[in-house]
Design a protein around this ligand. Structure first.
Ligand code: NAP
Length: 468
């Protein structure tokens, strides 16, 4: 895939970039390794000062970087601005909390004695150079939620961003440089995915994190496994959105629309499978479909647009194939199901609702990465739980019920990294984020995220037999 900015709203190639060659990669690796040797010894107040400065600069740049993101991958401009603001918040959160999250831990006195020590503690030390392979869908946020904790922990970062968001990728390197980070602490490598193996196998790289598709995750995990290097994987999702009879249906319907079409439907944690109790199914289906059909599709720079284009022509083709397969196998199209008229130049697709989904359809098992919802009717709680879990993915889940026992049942039985009751899944700096099953492993955000790339070190002092 060429490294280029191609506007998905009209297919125009705006800028192309040369890929970094072997010499350039070698220079970046050497710079990163040397930066880590010094940066690892900085104290937390200094790291917090740098991170806070990066947050301030990003806040100033909010409008400009939002426009760049919208131009590169097509998200509505308001959503791009909100994404930048969310990154500022996460940077400030880690700047303010890292010292507590990484504070030494002390076992009880009895446990220390039992281990034969005079003193013992656990210390969180950085791992080293971490390679981040990142996707285009939240081009600023996905990187920030790696970079903020990783840099606060004393690691340094190498970013291999998706090939269609090079300007956002270069902006991030520039942001950290302007914030005053020493040279090499955060570098963007303009390389294609084929270069990842060589970089990951380099002994100067300690670990990797990848957010993206299952094939990319499998490849990076296999290479890292071969090299015995730590990885975190944030992969795809097909989150269930369960609506039970006690739900506040007005809110469940309006939130369902946002949860499905946010980011033009290209979010790993978007609600994708709508599992609705038969007692409220007809009402939900009618209202949800009417709202999906009423969304405005068009220019992502316009304030009136709800849904912009898909980020790539291939992404739209993949989505069309999933819908066509379902329709061929008997699914009913309640709205959408094709390209909107009058928007032929960009990679647009209509907000779509499909009903009558059966397990033989590809869309039942695969992730629909675009504004396409699938509707399922269930007769009771057991069936809802079973269907919610009937997916290779396990990222998050949404459940609408006011019944405490039903909530407890989902909190106990859902096979996912999150369960959100009476609301939609969203990430927050203080809450861990990540999945199980084919959605990956490891966690980002909160204390869990900052410790993923730490060397959890036991520091043990033997008792002095001469001491009284
Ligand atoms: P993708 O094709 O896997 O690309 C993601 C990144 O991986 C890009 O930088 C890409 O580089 C690189 N890449 C692709 N194949 C690779 C390989 N074999 N080895 C090494 N690197 C490789 O995914 P995408 O289409 O950009 O993103 C959509 C997917 O990401 C969806 O499945 C979505 O659910 C998932 N996602 C998950 C989360 C989460 O937190 N769980 C968040 C956002 C997105 P190139 O661009 O150069 O190909």
């Amino acid at each position: 895939m060429p490294i280029a900015t191609v506007n998905p709203a009209n297919g125009e190639t705006l800028r192309t970039f040369d890929e970094l060659g072997a010499d350039g990669i070698e220079r970046c690796l050497a710079t990163a390794a040397s930066a880590f040797r010094r940066y690892r010894t900085t104290d937390l107040p200094e790291r917090a000062r740098l991170m806070s400065r990066a947050a301030d600069l990003l806040e100033e740049d909010q409008d400009a970087i939002a426009r760049t993101m919208t131009t590169e991958m097509g998200k509505p401009l308001a959503a791009a601005r909100a994404e930048a603001a969310k990154c500022v918040k996460a940077m400030r959160w880690y700047a303010g909390h890292a010292e507590i999250l990484l504070a030494d831990e002390f076992p009880s006195e009895t446990e220390v004695k039992d281990s034969g020590a005079a003193h013992a503690r656990v210390r969180y030390r950085p791992l080293g150079v971490v390679l981040a392979v990142m996707p285009w869908n939240f081009p600023l946020w996905q990187v920030t939620r790696f970079a903020a904790p990783a840099l606060m922990a004393g690691n340094v970062g190498l970013l291999k961003h998706a090939s269609n968001v090079p300007q956002t990728a270069l902006y991030l390197e520039d942001l950290f440089r302007r914030a005053g980070y020493p040279e090499g602490c955060f570098q963007t490598l303009l390389v294609g995915s084929r270069a990842v193996e060589g970089i990951l196998r380099d002994p100067r790289v300690a670990a990797a994190t990848l957010t993206g598709s299952e094939p990319a995750g499998r490849s990076v995990a296999a290479i890292a496994g071969d090299e015995i290097k730590k990885t975190v994987l944030e992969l795809g999702g097909s989150d269930p959105y369960v609506v039970l009879p006690s739900a506040d249906l007005d809110r469940a319907v309006s939130t369902a629309v946002t949860a499905r079409v946010q980011n033009n439907g290209q979010s790993c944690i978007a609600a994708k499978r709508f599992i609705v109790h038969t007692r409220v199914y007809d009402d939900f289906a009618e209202r949800f479909t009417a709202r999906m059909a009423a969304l405005t599709v068009g220019d992502p720079m316009a304030d009136t647009t709800d849904v912009g284009p898909l980020a790539s022509e291939q992404g739209r083709a993949d989505l069309e194939e999933l819908v066509d397969d379902a329709v061929r196998r008997g699914a009913t199209v309640l709205c959408g199901g094709s390209r909107p008229e009058g928007l032929e130049r960009g990679w647009f697709y209509e907000p779509t609702v499909l009903a009558g989904i059966t397990p033989g359809m590809r869309i039942h098992r695969e992730e629909a990465f675009g504004p396409v919802a699938t509707l399922y009717r269930v007769g009771g709680l057991d069936e809802a739980v079973e269907l919610a879990n009937d997916t290779p993915f396990g990222l998050s889940s949404n459940v609408w019920t006011r019944d405490r026992e039903e909530q407890e049942r989902f909190a106990r039985d859902i096979e996912a990294g999150g369960v959100f009751f009476n609301g939609m899944t969203a990430s927050h700096p203080a809450l861990p984020f990540g999945g199980v099953k084919r959605s990956g492993y490891g966690r980002e955000l909160a204390g869990h995220g900052i410790r993923e790339f730490c060397n959890v070190t036991t520091v043990w002092h033997g008792a002095d037999p001469d001491a009284s």
